[in-house]
Design a protein around this ligand. Structure first.
Ligand SMILES: CC(C)(COP(=O)(O)OP(=O)(O)OC[C@H]1O[C@@H](n2cnc3c(N)ncnc32)[C@H](O)[C@@H]1OP(=O)(O)O)[C@@H](O)C(=O)NCCC(=O)NCCS
Length: 210
């Protein structure tokens, strides 16, 4: 039954790259899909609208300053249902110049949230593996479409590409339920640590895993 529902949730869904002019729609999907993640509550505060707005602004700023980022989306009939950003090996760490150019985007969050986001970025950055890796994230399925197999479609394509290229995959997540999701695709927890007081898991995937 669950499998049947999942299948109907993915009928007609194609996984493909994102066109640059689709970025605003993709940002909106990410902001809605991740609005209630525990790390976002810790970073942006209790107001859901503010979380949605803040994360959308942050991600839009980040994307505009990250020309190396690649994107995969799940789409149906021209509508984007899910999206993920993917940083190829050697591109996920921010240069000092790029960090500086992020400051105007951060300042729009307000000083307290901006400081929390900086602390979050530092905690993730400190754990970024030295070995070459493809860094996944952010990833989200639109809020009312989660649990229907769409995220799995994206991950299947992502992992097939990792295997084809023989590259290690890496990601961070702030939900235990996501750990189980990523484990299905061969990711393993390499570390668990609190970030802004929220449990976070750091996960890596060797080529060919699962
Ligand atoms: C995590 C996410 C990408 C998974 O995509 P999805 O399409 O919902 O997942 P699928 O339907 O393909 O697979 C279902 C599995 O995903 C996991 N899952 C994580 N969040 C879920 C959610 N909100 N609803 C349903 N399943 C969820 C569960 O392990 C579930 O397996 P189960 O049904 O056996 O418990 C999606 O739920 C999402 O966008 N969540 C909110 C944002 C987020 O946490 N992004 C990842 C940040 S690292």
């Amino acid at each position: 039954m669950v499998e049947e529902n999942r299948k109907s949730g993915t009928e007609g869904v194609e996984v493909r790259g994102l066109h640059r002019d689709e970025l605003p729609e993709a940002v909106a999907v990410l902001a809605r899909g991740m609005r209630d993640n525990p790390l976002h509550v810790a970073a942006y505060g209790e107001d859901p609208h503010r979380r949605w707005l803040s994360h959308g602004r942050l991600v839009a700023g980040l994307f505009s300053l990250s020309p190396d980022l690649e994107f995969l989306c799940a789409a149906r009939g021209g509508a984007i249902l899910a999206v993920t950003a993917i940083a190829p090996p050697g591109t996920c760490r921010m240069s000092p110049g790029r960090r500086l150019r992020m400051l105007p985007h951060l300042s729009r969050l307000g000083p307290a949230a901006a400081l929390r986001v900086l602390s979050w970025a530092a905690a993730w950055g400190a754990r970024d593996p030295d070995e070459p890796h493809v860094h996944l994230g952010p990833l989200a399925v639109d809020a009312d479409l989660q649990g229907r197999g769409i995220g799995s479609l994206l991950m299947r394509e992502h992992c097939a590409r990792l295997d084809q290229d023989g590259t290690t995959g890496y990601l961070e997540t702030d939900k235990g339920v996501n750990v189980r999701f990523y484990e299905r695709f061969g990711y393993e927890v390499t570390e668990e640590a609190p970030v802004l007081g929220v449990p976070n898991w750091f996960m890596a995937r060797r080529p060919g895993a699962r």
